[in-house]
Each structure stands twice: as structure tokens, then as C-alpha cells.
Design a protein around this ligand. Structure first.
Ligand SMILES: [Zn+2]
Length: 124
């Protein structure tokens, strides 16, 4: 069986391993970043910190991208729904406001206000 030596800690891993079984580093990444791995061996604490920061950042940007994607899709959906059913806007409008997305919330509630205004003016 072929093995690959972890550039970070020197442990032998199966050639098809995704992560080092000892230090859990991503082997593909490690093999492409030998200089950083060299640095990591000499400064284990610093690398741990940098790695954590990188992971946190990566996770954050992934979550943000996901949220934005879902957010826009569901917002347009809510917007269309609100035009047909004002009660939807009354439900979601405050939710957006609570989340700090004031523009979206105000716009939704604005639709309701306009609809109510039209409804009242038609009645009188
Ligand atoms: Zn390792």
C-alpha cells in the first residue's frame, strides 16, 4: 500500500487519506503548502491559532454566502407573497426588523400599508 507522509507532523497516512490521522491537517492542502507546513512544524502554537482563524473565517464567509443566497430567494418569495397576502408581510416584516434588515422589513410593511390604504380608500 502506498502511503503519504504528512508534511506537518511526519505521520504516514494512506495515500487516499483526506486528513492526517495524527494532526488532522488536510493532506492535499498540506502538500500544496509545504512552506507553511514547515513553518507550522516550527511554530505549532502560532499555526494552531492561524489555522483556527482561517477556519473560522472560511466558515463565516461560507455561512454568509449561503445566507445571502437563501435570503434573497426567500425575500423575493416573501415579497411576492406579501403582495397577494398582506398577512405574510405582517408576519415577516417584523422578523426582518428584528434581524436588523430594516430595508427589507420596512419595504414589506410598506406594502401592507399601501394595500391597507387602497382597501380603506375603496371602502369609503
Ligand atoms: Zn499530520
Amino acid at each position: 500500500m502506498t502511503t503519504v507522509t504528512c508534511p506537518k507532523c511526519g505521520t504516514e497516512n494512506p495515500a487516499d487519506a483526506m486528513n492526517c490521522k495524527n494532526c488532522r491537517v488536510n493532506l492535499k492542502y498540506a502538500l500544496e503548502h509545504l512552506v507553511e507546513m514547515e513553518f507550522a512544524r516550527e511554530h505549532p502554537d502560532m499555526f494552531g491559532l492561524v489555522g483556527q482563524l482561517q477556519r473560522a473565517e472560511e466558515q463565516q464567509s461560507q455561512e454568509k454566502a449561503k445566507e445571502e443566497k437563501e435570503g434573497i430567494g426567500s425575500y423575493i418569495f416573501n415579497l411576492v407573497l406579501s403582495m397577494m397576502f398582506p398577512v405574510v408581510a405582517l408576519w415577516y416584516g417584523p422578523k426582518y426588523l428584528i434581524k436588523g434588515e430594516y430595508v427589507k422589513g420596512v419595504l414589506l410593511l410598506g406594502i401592507v400599508a399601501v394595500e391597507l390604504a387602497i382597501a380603506f380608500s375603496l371602502q369609503s
